[in-house]
Design a binder for this molecule. Structure first.
Ligand SMILES: Cc1cc2nc3c(=O)[nH]c(=O)nc-3n(C[C@H](O)[C@H](O)[C@H](O)COP(=O)(O)O)c2cc1C
Length: 326
């Protein structure tokens, strides 16, 4: 078959469907936790049913008001936030938010945050007992402070990540994805720990620690002094973390970080991500995920690809490139 024949055939047959741990998603473009609320905030601006999956705002056992303002600072290529896991709590989540989201023809992944292993388990059990038909799994945010252990986050301690995954795995047969932080020297041992302890997937990355200072007042701009950087600025960091994790584990990877276009998403797919999430871009265009999905169809078509299999994990790194190492 000539190149022209191949691309004209794929123009009508390009299939964006992917599968992660037995769950079939219509397309690999998801929306990231904390950037799409619980769906209702964006419903007026976005065809929610066209999104591959909605990852909900992190939910904890009790409602949380979050941190004091100022909680958001704009930066040249992204934003700094210190929202502090403000959320409605698991009771309101299962009685109000999940039933609302059940009306859409999309998959829902509930993101859970907690400050102890017991809290992670209780929140997951409560959601599991009230799960709606389109709730396909959980994304566990291990980047939150563990109060009992002196305020360090679970996600920076391999032993604690293992403990969380081991405790959660027996509680559900649904997709169990662990969302890892980039704020560690090496993400490989965390990815391996997730695989060893029975997770189904890893999500990479959460925000990168950052800080901004007001030069007039000489004070930090965020009330919490430091916060989480997101948006285009962090994409190269995210790609490098996905690359490192891809070498360390066979688990499916969900890539996150600074995606604004289909080309941005393609970088993640080529490095080995099975799906991606769009975060900060939702604040600019609430329908960013739909735009990227449609652009991706065009991009795959123009490259003569007929399915996501044609791009996922196709990165080529020669031995010579690796040995340069600078
Ligand atoms: C305002 C805001 C709130 C967020 N809240 C959460 C959250 O509750 N749970 C979570 O796991 N990640 C949260 N994140 C992180 C995003 O899900 C995502 O991992 C990160 O922003 C990187 O993607 P992006 O560069 O596309 O925004 C939040 C990000 C932002 C900007």
């Amino acid at each position: 078959m000539s190149v022209n024949e191949k691309s004209s055939k794929s123009a009508t047959t390009v299939n964006l469907g992917i599968e992660i741990a037995g769950v079939r998603f219509a397309n690999p473009i998801f929306v990231a936790s904390g950037t799409f609320g619980y769906g209702s905030e964006a419903a007026r601006f976005c065809d929610i049913s066209g999104i591959g999956a909605i990852v909900t705002k992190s939910v904890s056992w009790n409602p949380r008001p979050g941190n004091f303002p100022r909680r958001i600072v704009e930066t040249p290529s992204g934003m700094l936030n210190s929202i502090g896991l403000a959320n409605v709590g698991v009771d309101a989540f299962v009685t109000e938010k999940l039933p609302y989201l059940a009306e859409f023809d999309t998959k829902i992944i509930a993101n859970i945050a907690a400050s102890s292993v017991g809290e992670y388990c209780s929140v997951l059990e409560k959601i599991e007992a009230n799960a709606t038909g389109n709730l396909v799994g959980y994304e566990i945010n291990v980047s939150c402070p563990n109060v009992k252990d002196g305020g360090l986050s679970f996600g920076t301690n391999v032993g604690m990540v293992e403990e969380v995954v081991r405790a959660l795995r027996p509680l559900t047969k649904k997709l169990l994805a662990i969302k890892l932080t980039p704020n560690v020297t090496s993400v490989a041992p965390f990815a391996q720990a997730c695989e060893d302890c029975g997770a189904d997937a890893i999500s990479l990355i959460n925000t990168v620690v950052g800080m901004s200072v007001d030069i007039r007042t000489k004070r930090p701009r965020l009330s919490t002094v430091t916060g989480g950087l997101s948006g285009p600025a962090i994409r190269p960091i995210a790609i490098a973390k996905v690359y490192e994790a891809r070498k360390a584990t066979k688990l499916p990877i969900i890539g996150i970080g600074g995606i604004a276009t289909a080309s941005d998403a393609m970088e993640f797919f080529i490095v080995g991500a099975s799906a991606v999430q769009i975060g900060t871009m939702n604040f600019v265009h609430p329908d960013a995920s739909i735009r990227v999905r449609d652009e991706l169809t065009q991009l795959l078509t123009s490259q003569g690809c007929s399915s996501m299999k044609d791009v996922i994990g196709t990165l080529e790194v020669s031995g010579e490139m690796r040995s340069l190492g600078w």
